[in-house]
Design a protein around this ligand. Sequence first.
Ligand SMILES: [Ca+2]
Ligand SMILES: [Ca+2]
Ligand SMILES: [Ca+2]
Length: 277
Amino acid sequence: MTGTFDKATRDTTIPDNAAVPILWPDTSTPAGDPMFGNLSIAVSRTFRWNGADDPTEGELLITSRDASFPGRIRVKVFVQSGAPGMMSEYDDDNDGTFEQGAFHPWQDFYYLWEEDSNPPYQRISSFVYYMRQGIFSLIDISMRTANAIESHRAALEAAGSGNAVRVECDALPGGPNPPGHYDIVWTDGNGNGVIDNTSAGLRDTFTLTLQQCWVDDPSDPEDLLLDGVVRFDYYEPHVQWGSVFDDLVMTRTLNNAVVPGSAMNVSGGFSLLIPGY
Ligand SMILES: [Ca+2]
Ligand SMILES: [Ca+2]
Ligand SMILES: [Ca+2]
């Protein structure tokens, strides 16, 4: 996935195409049949956010890579009767005409995939978008992790390689919820006493262990409660790093209260290259 972020306007764009094998919503327990088979996802119109939580432009085309369903699904940002949301459409015989279609405002669209009784093309549209949002959340966590390392750079270097620096998180209202925390451990791979990057297996690495860490963005009603481990298996300050999530539990909070049933368990990782960050 590639894109750009304008720091001044907070305009995010994602113009790429991506082939993503999406099999299970929770890859830590890959048992039973995959939900929707193996899907190919193409961005047919650039996604733009422009500082908003939900995109204001964008369109995806979804096909099956393992013949789980015929034809193709189109899902696009749409406004109907003044309500912003997504239009899902299905061309089941691949002749270019989309015979079926339905609009859902954002709050309904997000959760279409969970209901077995919804038409499969609507569930798949919703699930693909839900997964993209999940990836966005992980990118956000990865960038916050890099920020945390830079914010505590002096303390980490003073503590030395292998010694944890503890950082308090915010207190989730409605006790008993004592503020959680995270511990950052820096491993000075090249042993030079500073946080840096050198080549060929002598990389500085980091481990963040989060315990009931909740950080409130005052401008956003939705925040995350985090438990688990985020590692950087390499880190080049302000340029690139490799994020690994070990049994990270992400639980959504809405208006400072946990959303029941929203906990998502993530294991896996990706590399991030951010020139000019
Ligand atoms: Ca058709
Ligand atoms: Ca170093
Ligand atoms: Ca908030």
